[in-house]
Design a protein around this ligand. Structure first.
Ligand code: HEM
Length: 139
């Protein structure tokens, strides 16, 4: 059961977070070019896959409870970083893209900076998930 939950967790992370990271990173660069035709699709990918991404912590928490590691410091740190990244996406990046599309915020530099921080947070969570510092379960 743990293996099934962990597999679903990792598949969800690859299929949902991957596209958001790529599309969100492409948005500021595409916004600097004169042709804005790709922007609505990039924004839509970010929005739709962000919703699918909710399954990542859901399967993550299920995996953690099945492994009995819910209180481990590496996991609590991952949960905090995941929450921070999700908040960044939902409260600043997606609204920032929407404002740019509406013509209300013509400067994509801030969006590029926020997206960089967002990607760093995911990278940190993935490393934590693999290294699991301090964990005595598994390799
Ligand atoms: C609330 C957030 C999360 C929780 C509770 C959680 C929980 C877990 C747990 C319990 C494991 C199993 C570790 C083990 O085998 O002992 C795991 C593995 C993994 N998680 Fe997460 N996770 C979360 C977020 C994420 C995110 C956001 C990503 C990717 C962006 C991610 C990627 C991975 C990967 C790649 C593994 C496989 C690591 C391995 O088995 O070597 N997780 N996660």
């Amino acid at each position: 059961m743990t293996k099934l939950l962990l597999s679903l967790h990792v598949v969800a992370a690859i299929l949902a977070i991957g596209p958001v990271a790529v599309a969100a990173s492409m948005f500021p660069a595409a916004a600097r070019r004169p042709d804005h035709a790709a922007l609505p699709l990039l924004h839509r990918i970010c929005r739709v896959y962000a919703l699918l991404g909710v399954t990542v912590p859901v399967f993550g928490l299920a995996t953690a409870s099945s492994l009995g590691v819910l209180g481990d410091p590496w996991l609590l740190t991952s949960i905090a970083l995941t929450a921070l990244a999700a908040a960044l996406l939902a409260l600043l990046i997606l609204p920032g893209q929407r404002r740019f599309l509406a013509g209300d915020s013509p400067n994509p530099a801030r969006l590029g900076m926020l997206t960089g921080v967002f990607n760093l947070l995911w990278a940190a969570v993935v490393v934590l998930m693999i290294v699991r510092p301090g964990s005595t379960t598994g390799a």
